[in-house]
Design a protein around this ligand. Structure first.
Ligand SMILES: [Fe+2]
Length: 425
């Protein structure tokens, strides 16, 4: 269907007026995942036995077309899906629209969002203080962001041993849609239906765990098998390139650099570096799940800070990241930390809702120079440019309150608290 220019303009004005109305209903939820220009996608999670809605897209005012959706299944749920045509500026569903930014000015990063239920490990998913992911989403709804990046680990509801404590959650355990709905789709609905996402794969979405839901809900179409790693995705925003490099299944234990497994990862990594070098964009943000220069506290023994990930460090020593890689963003460790030094500014942002990683006083004394590990608090990071064109990362808590302002391009003193100045969009 193609609308006349005048009626399309009226429609767009009307849609703009109606945009950003959050809903708590996870029915007919339509969202956008950005990848390469040919592999960005739109999906709709339809009600059980529901029909696919009419989804439209616009490349310019007056050029509104219907997007043909294919019907697929995940578990017992209908998932309607389509590739997003190249050059799409707006995705339109009923009264809602999702704008695809040409050059995002405000970007939200968070990760590690699900509620951890595994064996004897119990996080109370019904307590919004213990699992505040829905509160974080509500805070982000108000940020007027252009783009949302989830750095992986969406799904945490695997098993639960205690028959009393686990009773409220027994229907949402495992790797089917109900667990995905409870852990991610339902609490993130208002954000998913309003903003485009870049979805990074976490190790919780590996081939032994929640890969099926990740493939069917959050990856480009046609990737329904479970690869060791997905193809690297390159999303271009004018002069800025966002690179989605899947290292979800790369062990945190050091591998023999001469092993066949490392040879596979080396090829994956080098292909990415060579592609970045061949691209015209001059500012690159690298998105991974497992950090390259992260520090994890030692959970099982004396105080220590453990480098994560040693294999990624091996690869970057062999073949350094290109100079135009300005930032690396990661999750996996459940706190906020910034590492600077002889590599791009490296940010871990893994405080999106799951149980936090804490550093006790003895562990904090071991943190080496060049690392800033902030006090652990659930929340997210807002990235804006300041008046000098430098990116500022504001670390916010689950009520949207500013906890730290990090001058990410100033390696000497990356984070200040309390706030000295507000960053205006
Ligand atoms: Fe992880």
């Amino acid at each position: 269907m193609r609308l006349s220019k005048s009626s399309a303009l009226v429609l767009l004005v009307f849609l703009a007026a109606c945009a950003h109305k959050p809903s708590d209903k996870a029915e007919n939820l339509t969202y956008v995942g950005l990848a390469d220009s040919k592999n960005s996608f739109v999906r709709t999670v339809a009600p059980k036995d529901g029909k696919c809605p009419t989804v439209q897209f616009a490349k310019a005012p007056g050029e509104v077309d219907v997007l043909p959706m294919q019907e697929a299944k995940f578990d017992s749920t209908t998932v309607c899906e389509a590739n997003l045509p190249e050059g799409t500026k707006t995705v339109i569903v009923g009264e809602r629209q999702i704008s695809i930014p040409e050059s995002p000015k405000r970007i939200i990063i968070f990760g590690d969002t699900g509620c951890r239920l595994k064996g004897n490990y119990f996080q109370d998913c019904n307590n919004p203080n213990e699992w505040p992911f829905a509160r974080i989403v509500k805070a982000i709804d108000k940020e007027n962001a252009d783009l949302i990046v989830h750095v992986g680990d969406y799904h945490y509801r695997e098993t639960c041993n205690d028959p009393v404590k686990c009773a409220p959650f027994k229907d949402t355990l495992g790797y089917g849609y109900r667990a995905w709905e409870a852990d991610f789709i339902a609490p993130a609905t208002s954000l998913l239906q309003a903003k485009p996402f870049v979805f990074i794969r976490g190790n919780h979405e590996d081939c032994q765990r929640a890969h099926e839901g990740f493939s069917k809900l959050l990856t480009p179409l046609g990737e329904n098998s479970c690869p060791q790693f997905q193809e690297t995705r390159y999303t271009s925003f004018g002069n800025m390139l966002m690179v989605n490099f899947d290292n979800a299944t790369l062990s945190d234990q050091k591998l023999d650099p001469k092993s066949p497994e490392m040879a596979v990862w080396r090829a994956h990594y080098r292909k990415m570096v060579n592609t970045i070098n061949s691209r015209p964009e001059t500012e690159v943000w690298l998105m991974v799940h497992r950090p390259i220069w992260g520090l994890a506290p030692n959970w099982n023994g004396p105080a220590a800070v453990l480098p994560v990930n040693l294999n990624m460090q091996t690869l970057t020593k062999e073949m350094p990241l290109p100079k135009k890689v300005k930032f690396v963003f990661a999750g996996h460790i459940h706190n906020t930390q910034i590492s600077t030094g002889n590599h791009p500014v490296h940010v871990v942002m893994g405080e999106g809702g799951t149980a936090l990683d804490y550093y006790d006083a003895a562990t904090r004394r071991l943190i080496p120079a060049g690392f800033t590990v902030l006090p652990s608090n659930h929340g997210y990071m807002v990235l804006d440019k300041d008046a000098q064109g430098k990116w500022i990362g504001t670390v916010k808590g689950y009520e949207g309150q500013t906890n730290f302002v990090c001058s990410l391009e100033d390696p000497k003193m990356p984070c200040d608290a309390p706030v000295k100045s507000e960053v205006k969009k």
